[in-house]
Design a protein around this ligand. Structure first.
Ligand SMILES: [Zn+2]
Length: 327
């Protein structure tokens, strides 16, 4: 008959305990290696993000960006203070317009990471001001960028490039990102139509050289104007460019230099988004805000609302604001 453990002598008990400890050590090592490998594969396959997102959601701690998860199309105006950083997302495409001012932890890149962006099909640098390209380095470091657009007049003053511009070109070179300057016309980027509307000539004020694009997904269109001012706007009106859009990214942070009555009436947006920092004395300009209101658009402002998401099924638009819109 087999002896039970308590009837064994101490030497036999010691041997059993030793074997048990050896087995446990072996078991724990194998499991640890297995878990490390499993997490590695989950991480590189992107499943890790999905799982961690579900866990966060379960505990009621979901990221703000997850509001867009169930929509096939969303436009994310990331709150980067004074500057622009916008993600245009569909199930198959990620397009980024500007990156915001340089920030230590890379505000816009961090937002994309939380949202679960893996790579960027196209990065559009509207123009070379630091509040638009300053944080490009963080975006390029963390995401594979498949192509980049700069406006065709951005190269002109290469000899006296600012520190930000130098960094942008160096980073693009380092990460092997091909830079192009788009001509006026329609481009297909993933499942988005991107109509380049401006610049079609060089303006003396570099803000006016901003790339202006109208991006369409099914029945929804969004007009992005960078920091373009009245000169560029008037040219678009003169050329009868199709600028009508459901959503307008208000140019130059709502400054008085743009968004004339004629322009906003021609765009006739349901929503107008102003990307601007809190407590800015001059931006947005009160008269500009008044003109937008008079045109009947509903205004979202990153200084009041934090990040703003306009999400759509390709037909109607839902709005999500990070904050309750307090001053
Ligand atoms: Zn700007």
């Amino acid at each position: 008959m087999k002896k039970t453990y308590k009837y064994l002598n101490s030497w036999q008990q010691f041997k059993i305990r030793k074997k048990y400890r050896q087995f446990m050590a072996y078991f724990i090592s194998v499991m640890s290696v297995f878990l490390v490998i499993a997490f590695y594969f989950l991480y590189i396959s992107g499943t890790y993000d999905v799982i961690s997102k579900s866990v966060y959601k379960f505990f009621g701690m979901s990221e703000f960006s997850s509001n867009a998860d169930s929509y096939p199309f969303s436009v994310h105006f990331i709150d980067v203070g004074n500057g622009d950083a916008i993600l245009v997302h569909t199930e198959n495409t990620d397009l980024m317009i500007d990156a915001g001012e340089y920030s230590l932890n890379g505000t816009s890149a961090e937002y994309l990471q939380h949202f679960g962006t893996d790579d960027i099909d196209l990065f559009i640098a509207t123009h070379n001001d630091s509040d638009h390209i300053g944080d490009f380095s963080h975006i390029a470091e963390k995401f594979k960028i498949h192509g980049m657009w700069i406006n065709k007049y951005a190269y002109d003053e290469k000899e006296d490039m600012t520190e930000n511009e130098k960094i942008m070109y160096e980073i693009a070179q380092k990460y092997d990102i091909s830079i192009e300057s788009p001509e006026i016309g329609r481009y297909k980027v993933g499942d988005l139509y991107v109509d380049v509307l401006s610049p079609d000539k060089q303006y003396s004020n570099d803000n006016d050289n901003s790339i202006v694009v109208k991006i369409s997904y099914k029945d929804i269109s969004v007009l992005f104007t960078g920091d373009a001012g009245n000169a560029a706007e008037n040219e678009l009106l003169k050329n009868n460019a199709d600028i009508s859009a459901d959503i307008l990214k208000v140019s130059h942070h709502g400054s008085k230099t743009g968004t004339s009555s004629e322009f906003i009436e021609a765009v006739c947006p349901k929503y107008a988004v102003i990307s601007v920092g809190k407590g800015n004395k001059y931006l947005p300009n009160n008269d500009t805000v008044k003109r937008i209101n008079e045109a009947g658009a509903s205004i979202c402002r990153t200084d009041y609302d934090g990040c703003v998401i306009l999400a759509s099924d390709g037909n109607s638009i839902d709005v999500f604001k990070e904050k309750s819109g307090t001053r």
